[in-house]
Design a protein around this ligand. Sequence first.
Ligand code: SF4
Length: 369
Amino acid sequence: MAGVTSDRCPGVLRPHQAADGAMVRIRVPGGRTTGTALAALGEVAARHGSGLLQLTSRASLQVRGLPGVPPTDFEDAVAAAGFLPSVEHERVRNVVCSPLTGLDGGLADLRPLVGALDRAVIADPALAGLSGRFLFGLDDGRGDVCGLQPDLTYLATTKEHGLLLVGGQHAAPVSLSGAVAALTGYARSFAAAAAASGAWRVRDLPGWVAALPGLRPVHPPEPTPLPLGRVGRHASVAVPLGLLTPDQVRVVAEVGGDEAVVLTPWRGLVVAGAAEQLALLLSAGLVADPSSAWATVSGCVGAPWCASGRVDTQALIRSVAGLHTDWPRTHVSGCERRCGAPTGDHLDLVAPSRTTLLAVARPELVAHG
Ligand code: SF4
């Protein structure tokens, strides 16, 4: 069982010690924030750490390069920016939501559900015992979040009704208005069942799923990929290597202001109402071309940031990204842990030599020596 060792998932109050200093993970339920809040967090990252904001595959943010024991000033500043509403629940506020819900497409507007679910999780002492890896999903019917295989998912099937998926393969019907109570109810039941075994994820406890009444097998919809570029009135961009630089944060804040900026689980941003300012976002190095390697190739942080890294994955990707377009979905890892690898089908390159990446980017160069 994967989740029987101690849960060392990092949080703001539980930094992970990396080769480049302490790293903290900041939960952003539904990836939903604003340009103004992102700018405030960027200032905190620059004052105390490397200044980069790193996007994760769960639409969280990471700040790196902090002192080994981050000062309380840092924690206070994260809280003041609105990213630490609960000390007890900070690592369990793991909610992914369809990034374009309520903005473009989808069967239902799930934006209100993000805040309602987050408040319900924070209000429930029993849920503080969930693992930091336990994931809630809110899918507005396009299948994008189901593809991330959350532990519990509300999947809209109409504007007012949907299914509650437990572990992705079994579901019960539930109304939109009853979704938060159903999600937290199942989560409470899982937390109680998991307490004895130390399990982290629903997939670790198939017996618990099998014993739940009223579930039937389901096949979630095929995921619809998130479009890049202009999406209606909105702008959708990829963030190269998932690393937002201080200059990029400044531009996103300028463009987004107090409007919604949605972090996506595919290391991108949706900036609400910003279609007309897409060029400004692109001038900062953000990407709207889906055939660009920056939109399809991701990597773990690798060496020298991570002591386990056998290669500098970021430098490796930078060195070959310009050689080729139309990369398959690819993830490059510095060791077998494959941190940040996407859930769906992808080319999985572990601790590659430069030749391995070149074999993908320019096979003719490798074939002819
Ligand atoms: S995959 Fe390995 S090298 Fe990369 S960040 Fe994770 S532990 Fe470090």
